[in-house]
Ligand binder design. Sequence first.
Ligand SMILES: Cc1cc2nc3c(=O)[nH]c(=O)nc-3n(C[C@H](O)[C@H](O)[C@H](O)COP(=O)(O)OP(=O)(O)OC[C@H]3O[C@@H](n4cnc5c(N)ncnc54)[C@H](O)[C@@H]3O)c2cc1C
Length: 494
Amino acid sequence: MADFDLAVVGGGINGTGIARDAAGRGLRVLLVEQNDLASGTSSASSKLIHGGLRYLEQGWLRLVRESLAEREVMLRMAPHLIRPMRFVLPAEPAMRPPWMLRAGLFVYDHLGGRKILPPTRTIDLARDPLGAPLREPHGQGFEYSDCVADDARLVVLSALDAAERGAVIRTRTRCIRAERGAAWRLVLEVRGRRDLATARVLVDATGPWIKQFAGEVLRQEAPVPARLDKGSHIVVPRLFEHDRAYVLQAHDRRIVFAIPFQRDFTLIGTTDQGFAGELATVTPSVDEITYLCHVANRHFCARITPADVVWSFAGVRSLHDDGAKRAQNVSRDYVLALDEREAPLLTVYGGKITTYRRLAEQALDRLAHLFEAGPAWTRDSRLPGGEFPWDGIGRLAAETRRARPFLSEAHAWRLVRAYGTRVDRVLGPARSIEDLGPWLGADLTGAEVRYLMEREWAQTEDDVLWRRTKLGLRFSPDERERLAKFMAAMVGGP
Ligand SMILES: Cc1cc2nc3c(=O)[nH]c(=O)nc-3n(C[C@H](O)[C@H](O)[C@H](O)COP(=O)(O)OP(=O)(O)OC[C@H]3O[C@@H](n4cnc5c(N)ncnc54)[C@H](O)[C@@H]3O)c2cc1C
């Protein structure tokens, strides 16, 4: 008998989503990730849980409808990681006429069965305070709803939920060979050591590594043609004081978002272009950074240059190649390809953070005839720590501060946003800030790092500073070194 029913390669949003769904249906699941969870595209998204207003222009109705409906399902599933956001879209008649925006937003409001999120409203940018940060605050604008999320933590908490339902999650474990017979025989590499595992079904959720995985590990062609597209973001000190985001129309018809980020910053992105290069080290080019600064400067009073960029990141998506010429015209919809010639292989193309739960559900439905597995279950589920109402985060933060008055307001909010109702597991029996162990920089304490290492697979400073938290934005090089030493001591190093 094979060791596992299902082996999933890839610890991004799609791999962890599928592992979680499968484990919850009672299957024996293995997930392997060559690096850290969410170290690929899934921590480099625009962090939107959205229908994709722009996709209406492309006529991708199926994807928009499903994504719009998923916004509220996701908000209920992870109310700590996901929050409603209002987006301000200034009308620029030279780009897209206001009637077109209004019509698009009408469809957007009505297509997905919206219950929680407020509808679109029209605003007069000359009078409304939301016009104030803009260079040309005149004419009409629209304010509509979507959500924003902590993409990397969605991945980690999906993996955690999968593990709590019995899945085996192995990070820093690379699948270097997959031999196919009546079952799959996987050769895994873990810190230079070889290991073997067998599974009845293999899921390729390697995202942009799809061609490499097919060629080098499976030694076959990818079942459908894939295309790689890169997008970049920059983070700068906040460009405006309020809590809404802006949707900017660039001259080349691209859409650029400017989103409040981590309280003191603005996230600006994204670019969109074909990609060929080394996936392990993908970064924004100088041209992309300059482009994003230029789009921001064209719209906002505040001026930025590349020297203001405190952080930047780039991600690559693997999309089903539908032959479109321009990157922004390639369908963002996902494709699941099932090959049952011998031991079954399911290959995942595309997908969005927004639709990962649905993608996982459909993946398991496609495999249903192969197992005696339980029914779909994730629609009304919660991710770990998300067991509270979608609008209950303020109450949770207040309760946490009442129980632990030594936490500052900002600290309590950061912790409940990351851990939700599991904040008590992070803080343990602490009754004072000193009880949380050494202070390591910003508001990161030894207790939190210990929790991340013991429960959330964190092994390096980057795992902690950029994927489990975003405290990398606030850490100095000295603090980073102190964190590295603390983590080394935790695993018995120097
Ligand atoms: C610029 C950009 C912005 C985006 N913005 C949004 C957004 O705002 N909202 C939204 O909903 N979606 C967005 N998306 C889409 C979304 O981010 C991606 O579709 C999604 O993250 C893809 O997840 P994945 O799990 O398929 O791939 P990945 O996250 O890349 O995961 C694949 C994993 O497989 C691992 N792997 C590869 N080969 C092996 C191997 N041999 N052994 C073990 N592990 C292996 C990799 O290390 C990697 O971690 C955006 C995408 C991009 C590029």
